[in-house]
Write a protein that binds this ligand. Structure first.
Ligand code: GDP
Ligand code: MN
Length: 416
């Protein structure tokens, strides 16, 4: 949720994910098993594995893989699965069956999912690896420099944000010049920094070059390998995460077919269908605003007056009655909402048209929570009059502070 972050974006690589990654709806996530398929295609070593959607399939997968150690991994669009019980080692087929049965049909809550978690509909059964070392490796866009950055750390397998926060000296980074591409010396610099020796250095270079090719040829926005392990002296990608730039889906048909809507926020998905910019948040005051900047300011004021926004919603410059209605429906599909704050600046649009839209929407959707409306700009006076004379329970506000205070008060009342 980059939309609600702020701060110094220049130095701390661990914050890359927050600052350099586009908003969730601008990305398409791949599952680990799908990402590893892409890795295989580009010659990056990964453990043998198979996806499974039932305990029987998982056991059959383990049998066909052979060996004596397997790993059952929940396939959800989030990391941090290991600590959340979503990665389990199994030493026999019964353990594979049990681990799979435990996971399928559950929702996995990890550090990255939020309290409601994500549904586990698929597990990935992999041949177990002996781990000698865990390395962190990722490629993402450094927007400030307009270059793809490679981030690496010998402290792999852990939460990289923690490493960046507490031991930033353990984070290595090189930026790739777009014309020159990833250079051999850059790969070697990272390999030396990671303490790789002998043939591992050349292998690391091949892997990193392949990752950069994936990044470019598959329109990736983020590729993360955490951990890249050393196993029997060989480098192996033990985990894999690829995020694709959603704007490139038209030319990434094979990847588009891998999309898994079960992992997406249903409200955010519906929003994108209506061209509304929506991000779910944890609070209970819904916001409907035209313009991203005004939406941010609105959320700030709600916070300032002691409330919590339920969402970020930018209905855009061309807010019509139809879109306002769609926006109300979206807002109300979140059951936590106890008040709705509509904040529209009538610059391009006229306030009287917005007021009309709000009234139609409130009538059609049957809004049961208080609606506070602040309209400013062209025909604002007329719009306020219309709202005041409607039979609907719409509370007008004179300015943004007034609107925020009223919304916070209504929400607090609703909680009682
Ligand atoms: P994440 O927690 O969602 O990032 O999932 P990972 O795929 O990174 O797995 C989490 C952790 O499980 C890894 O850092 C390893 O420590 C452990 N793990 C995963 N696969 C294996 C394996 O094949 N063998 C061993 N020994 N540990 C594994
Ligand atoms: Mn991982």
């Amino acid at each position: 949720m980059t939309a609600v972050q702020s701060g110094d974006r220049s130095t701390i690589p661990g914050e890359y994910r927050l600052f350099f990654q586009p908003e969730s709806q601008d990305l398409m996530n791949l599952h680990e098993y799908q990402s590893k398929e892409v890795f295989r295609e580009f010659g990056i070593p990964v453990p043998a594995g198979r996806a499974a959607k039932s305990a029987e399939e998982a056991v059959a997968a383990a049998q066909s893989l052979g060996g004596k150690l397997w790993v059952v991994k929940a396939q959800v669009h989030a990391g941090g699965r290991g600590k959340a019980g979503g990665v389990k080692l199994a030493r026999d087929l019964d353990a594979v069956r049990a681990a799979t049965a435990d996971m399928l049909g559950q929702r996995l809550v990890t550090k990255q999912t939020g309290p409601e978690g994500l549904p586990i509909e698929t597990v990935y059964v992999e041949s177990g690896s002996a781990i000698e070392r865990e390395i962190y490796l990722s490629l993402t866009l450094n927007r400030e420099r307009g270059r793809v950055a490679v981030i690496a750390s010998a402290a792999g397998g852990m939460d990289i944000e923690e490493v960046a926060a507490h031991t930033p000296e353990q984070i290595l980074r090189v930026d790739i010049h777009p014309a020159a591409g990833l250079q051999g010396y850059q790969c070697r610099k990272l390999a030396f920094g990671l303490g790789l020796k002998g043939p591992q250095i050349g292998k690391f270079q091949s892997i990193l070059m392949a990752l950069y090719r994936i990044y470019q040829e598959r329109d990736a926005a983020l590729i993360e390998v955490n951990p890249l392990i050393v196993s029997n002296g060989e480098l192996v990608a033990l985990d894999a995460k690829i995020n694709i730039d959603a704007n490139a889906m038209f030319r990434q048909k094979a990847l588009a077919a891998m999309r898994d809507p079960s992992q997406e926020d249903p409200i955010e998905r519906a929003a994108s269908e209506h061209d509304l910019n929506y991000v779910s948040l944890d609070g209970d005051i819904a916001c409907m605003v035209n313009g991203a900047g005004l939406a941010m300011a609105t959320m700030d004021l709600i916070k300032l007056h002691g409330g919590n926004p339920a969402n970020f919603l930018d209905v855009g410059g061309g807010a019509t009655a139809e879109r306002v209605t769609a926006a109300f429906k979206l807002i109300l599909s979140n059951k936590k909402v106890r008040a709705i704050l509509v904040n529209i600046f009538g610059g391009i649009v006229r306030c009287d048209l917005i007021a009309e839209g709000v009234m139609i929407a409130v009538k059609q959707v049957g809004v049961a929570v208080p609606v506070i409306v602040r309209l400013e700009g062209t025909n604002a006076e007329q719009a306020r009059e219309m709202l005041a004379h409607s039979a609907l329970a719409i509370t007008p506000a004179t300015d943004l502070t007034d609107a925020a205070k009223k919304a916070v008060a209504f929400a607090a009342n609703g909680r009682k």
